[in-house]
Design a protein around this ligand. Sequence first.
Ligand code: ATP
Length: 398
Amino acid sequence: MANIELQTIVKTFPNGTRAVDGVDLTIEDGEFIVLVGPSGCGKTTLLRCIAGLEEVTDGAIVIGGRDVTDVDAKRRDIAMVFQNYALYPHMTVRKNIAFGLKVRGTPRAEIAKRITETARLLGLEELMDRRPLALSGGQRQRVAMARAIARRPRVYLMDEPLSNLDAKLRVRVRADLARLHAQLGVTTVYVTHDQVEAMTLGQRAAVMNAGKIQQVDTPQALYWSPVNLFVAAFIGSPSMNLVEAHVADGSLRFAGFSLPLDELGADAAKLPQRVILGVRPEHFAEVEDGEAAAWSIEADVTVEENLGAEILVFFPIAAEPVETDDIVSIREGEEQEALLAQEARALFTARLPSGTRRFMGKKIRLALNPKRCYFFDPVTGESLVVRKAVDEPLPALA
Ligand code: ATP
């Protein structure tokens, strides 16, 4: 096993694209780390650099204390699992798994032992004599993983290995992966554009944008304490509601609402005149008639989505959507939001407990908890107020 040190990695392609732009990252021995970010942010290129499939333009890669920057891919002792797993169609599952070991000259008895172990680990025992065509997508993906695992490399690199699977299988194979990692403890770097995968799989996740790492931390810390607007908008589903707000006369103003700043306590002093306010959908709470709430807004619900355990309500607010370049690159992947968005107005989402009630077409009052609101610099995108993870339930609203 081995740790991986990425020292100021730069990768510029011949056409001038700087896909990786100065990445520094240390991956601990035995760690499962996820590289996550929107399409084109450079995560696959970074993974290919670690694998030795791309030459770095600048910087160094050290694996297990050995500088491998100029070492051939074959000699890095790494196994890769890709999104498009190429199994040999004419070989049985057993032979597919054995192939890599054979070409490396592993002794026959050792091959047999590893095949049996790996098949048990991945639940493939019943399928060993089948050919890939007679397997489901999920089974094929498990064979591809088995092939990588049987080799017992020091490092696994995985590039969107679940993206060809349907939603149900993804959940199953995701659980398999987590279990395998717990059992084998091999250093794993896993690339995905799916923030839910990053939240559920990684011990840590590195959020990338435009070739740079924005933040590396545990999924909880990324969710609760994003360092900037990009991370805040990328992590969390549905994503954080964002709106430009102004600070004037002791109030925070946006979309025709005016909220007293003193509710923010000492944090109020950290806010410049213009800020971007962020509210996670789950941090809204419905205010009953007659109930007091120091920070609340009116919502005209235009769409509702009842998900069973909870309900998502969508409502426009009288403000323009926040559209920095970063935010636009995230939103491009979210078809649903694009469909619902009304051109000039921002659409907010609140996540409420589900019941038999209908919200669509109704006006409701929603309270915001000032201690759960996020504030960002509209120019640099940096977080202006640091929020810490909370274990306890939300305090009662004032
Ligand atoms: P995706 O999730 O869509 O695969 P990604 O985050 O993995 O995206 P990369 O594939 O690493 O992104 O690409 C990063 C940038 O480098 C993109 O702008 C891409 O167009 C560019 N790029 C990738 N490979 C090459 C290449 N061989 N030549 C030129 N540009 C490339």
